[in-house]
Write a new protein. Structure first.
Length: 123
């Protein structure tokens, strides 16, 4: 994906390139039975990982790309990853982090771990 950024007081266009890998995952029946009313009817959800390609190609051997926030449709806090993870995490009203000890979030984390090698194969 190519993203272009232009500020209103400059003619300069900043281009950013990202590799985005998405996967639609089916909610297991045993998990659905344990979920709250809000999620019990959800059949599937999409998880995604996005790698900033500009950072990979522009880095010299001693530079490290910046950390990226975790996303639950909007950015949450950074967990130290150098890529973006997006999922339908359950979050508190403060939108600071994902809820801990949450069955849905634990399942999403397991699925995210399985997405990492699939995304790596795209390089």
């Amino acid at each position: 994906i190519e993203l272009q950024e232009r500020t209103t007081n400059s003619e300069k266009i900043i281009k950013n390139f990202w590799l985005v890998v998405k996967k639609v995952i089916q909610v297991p029946a045993d998990l659905k039975m344990k979920l709250s009313d809000v999620k019990c009817d959800v059949e599937s959800t999409t998880i995604a990982i996005a790698y900033p390609l500009n950072a990979i190609y522009e880095l010299s051997s001693h530079q490290i790309s910046s950390t990226q926030p975790l996303f639950a449709y909007l950015p949450l806090r950074s967990y130290g990853f150098r890529f973006i993870l997006q999922a339908d995490f359950e979050i508190p009203a403060t939108r600071q982090e994902v809820l801990r000890d949450n069955m849905w979030n634990e399942w999403l984390k397991i699925e995210m771990i399985q997405l990492l090698p699939l995304a790596y194969e795209q390089f």
